[in-house]
Design a protein around this ligand. Structure first.
Ligand SMILES: Nc1ncnc2c1ncn2[C@@H]1O[C@H](COP(=O)(O)OP(=O)(O)OP(=O)(O)O)[C@@H](O)[C@H]1O
Ligand SMILES: [Mg+2]
Length: 256
């Protein structure tokens, strides 16, 4: 279980631009569960992921995985437990390195190594096998710099790389938002396959309500640093979710 306990984060404290994004925010996520996180722009979704991954440090509160406090680890050490894919297809990969080099780095995440000395023959065979699972023919493009791949190919590669060392938590921050509808669907289907073949817990920020009901087990709406609703998607249609989302959005804005 991933436990977020009384987490507070204020940007620019004590200045005119003070921004209290979270105040004593608590939430739990379960193993084997995919949770979609919805909410308007600027409500704190990516900040929550940055706090979990250690990119940003909270002012107060704790984040723990099972009974182990992640707050003690820096971002690099947390990467062993946490995989992340962002909206920008160039973020999860090193664009000027080849497919093979990127995959190699992902396989050896958290180890000290030099690329030249360590890309071994059996690594290459295993990497090819892993790439084959994407069905994008990337196993035949090992020496292509990643910057020459399409957005969909790069996002699929990022996803594979983020899950290669079997993290306990997978954070997807609008990872299909920059893709055309068909590619977005394909990447979502690959995401679903990867999630189902492991026991990772997945947190998926999305503005796509259909993806939330189709692919997640649970859906949470955040606004103004608070959980607005937290529902099981089993009996929820896209239409129900849309209605609920807009009703709550309106309510929150009228209250502001
Ligand atoms: N590193 C940072 N330094 C200062 N302010 C930040 C930082 N990161 C986020 N913020 C601010 O925190 C608030 C929440 O931002 P965040 O990126 O978490 O929103 P979001 O819910 O992910 O929005 P979107 O849907 O647009 O991606 C915003 O007001 C943003 O300007
Ligand atoms: Mg965001």
């Amino acid at each position: 279980m991933l436990t977020i306990k009384k987490l507070s984060k204020t940007f620019y404290p004590g200045t005119e631009e003070e921004n209290k994004v979270f105040q004593e925010f608590s939430l739990d996520f379960q193993e084997n569960q995919c949770t979609a996180i919805l909410g308007p722009n600027g409500c704190g979704k990516s900040t929550l992921f940055n706090l979990i991954s250690g990119k940003i440090i909270q002012d107060q509160g704790d984040i723990s995985l099972e009974d182990f406090s992640l707050s003690k680890l820096n971002e690099e050490d947390r990467a062993k437990y946490i995989g992340k894919v962002n909206q920008d297809p160039s973020k999860g990969v090193s664009p000027s390195l080849t497919v093979l080099e990127n995959m190699f780095i992902a396989r050896h995440k958290g180890e000290k190594f030099s690329l030249k000395s360590l890309v071994k023959k059996n690594d290459i065979e295993e990497i090819k096998e892993e790439l084959r699972s994407l069905n994008l023919n990337l196993e035949n493009k090992l020496n292509t710099p990643v910057k020459y791949l399409s957005g969909g190919q790069r996002q699929s590669l990022s996803l594979l790389m983020a899950t290669l060392v079997q993290p306990k938590v997978l954070l997807l921050d609008e990872h299909t938002a920059a893709l055309d509808p068909k590619t977005s669907r394909l990447v979502m289907e690959k995401t679903s396959e990867l999630i189902e073949s492991s026991s990772m817990m997945t947190l998926m920020i999305t503005h796509n309500l259909r993806n939330a009901v189709d692919f997640a087990d649970r859906v949470i709406m955040l606004d103004k640093g608070k959980v607005i609703f937290d529902l099981d998607t089993k009996k929820l249609s896209e239409r129900d979710l849309e209605e609920l989302y807009y009703k709550n959005l309106e309510k929150n804005y009228n209250a502001a």
